[in-house]
Design a protein around this ligand. Structure first.
Ligand code: MEV
Length: 314
């Protein structure tokens, strides 16, 4: 049996603006997705808990489960692309994730990267990180319609990366800033729909381009602060980035209230990913008190550290 780990991805700066060609900074973390692959005579994909709504129609007895369709479309697309790239394989795949699906830790990207890596490893093919990133980005584009290469590249390659989306390139940021706390809030909406809402806002209001431009500048400044390990600067720029994301309509009042309450314990914080709930990344200043404050608010949280290696056989 082959086992693969694909790291989750925390977006530190630049999400949404990256869809319009601006750079972004994201980091691979030590929590993510594990995919196992065992060859057999049919292909089956198993996963753990599913977050579904069930509808039951009295009379006909019909039941419908909603919520898993999006996840399964990533799986189906990844398997098809894997077969095109590496050849035919029948196998049982088991997917186990550290985060609930679609909270904003690039769960979909890690699933695609992990499945593609496990498929190739099961066939004895050693796929390189750049090819893996490209294949997995194809999955995201197919399922989401619009997706930057950020999440899939960072999960495949690992470390803290500055991403240029158009044309795709990246550079590693050598930073000692490497430990984050992720608060997990209930998510309202899918990445695909939130990205579409921002696109619609941008086409209605010319001023939105200035917000996107400003996010790009925050990314440039943040890269310097990360490289010089200036926590106060990184935290302050996270806050600025969060307000700019608020201007794009993706930061809810619960995030603003939580960040205000946590202020004494953090250098800064912001949504991480598409927004509207989901993951809020916090740069801890007083870790113990932060933990207590989150527990007092009954907000689930997880502590993560940088994963420098990207998707790999374990
Ligand atoms: C989603 O994790 C990040 C977004 O910038 C979308 C993307 O980059 O494709 C919102």
């Amino acid at each position: 049996m082959i086992r693969v780990f694909a790291p989750g991805v925390v977006k530190l700066f630049g999400e949404h603006a990256v869809v319009y060609g601006k750079p972004a900074i994201a980091v691979a973390v030590d929590k993510g997705v594990e995919v196992s692959c065992e060859r057999g005579d049919r292909t089956v994909v198993r996963t753990g808990k599913a977050y579904v709504d069930i509808e039951y129609e009295r009379g006909t007895g019909a039941t419908h489960a909603r919520g898993h369709e999006a996840f399964l479309s990533y799986v189906a697309s990844a398997l098809r692309r894997a077969e095109e790239a590496f050849g035919r394989l029948t196998a049982v795949f088991e997917i186990r994730g550290d985060f609930p699906p679609s909270v904003g830790a690039a769960t979909s990207a890690s699933v695609s990267v992990g499945l593609l890596k496990a498929y190739s490893a099961c066939l004895g093919v050693d796929v390189g990180a750049t090819e893996l990133a490209k294949l997995a980005h194809g999955v995201e584009l197919e399922v989401q319609g619009a997706a930057s290469p950020m999440d899939t590249a960072v999960s495949a390659i690992g470390g803290m990366l500055r991403i240029e989306p158009n044309p795709f390139s990246y550079r590693r940021i050598d930073s000692a800033v490497g430990e984050f706390v992720l608060a997990i809030l209930p998510r309202r909406g899918l990445t695909k729909d939130i990205v579409a809402d921002v696109r619609a806002l941008r086409s209605r209001r010319r001023s939105v381009d200035a917000v996107i431009e400003a996010i790009g500048r925050v990314v440039d400044e943040a890269e310097g602060c990360l490289a010089s390990n200036d926590l106060a600067c990184v935290g302050e720029l996270m806050e600025i980035n969060n307000w700019l994301l608020g201007a794009l309509g993706v930061v809810g009042h619960e995030v603003v209230a939580m960040l205000r309450y946590l202020k004494p314990y953090i250098f800064g914080g912001k949504i991480s990913g598409a927004g509207r709930g989901g993951i809020v990344v916090l740069l801890p200043k007083r870790r113990g008190e932060l933990r207590e404050a989150l527990a007092a608010m009954e907000v689930p949280s997880v502590e993560v550290a940088v994963d420098r290696n990207g998707a790999r056989v374990i």
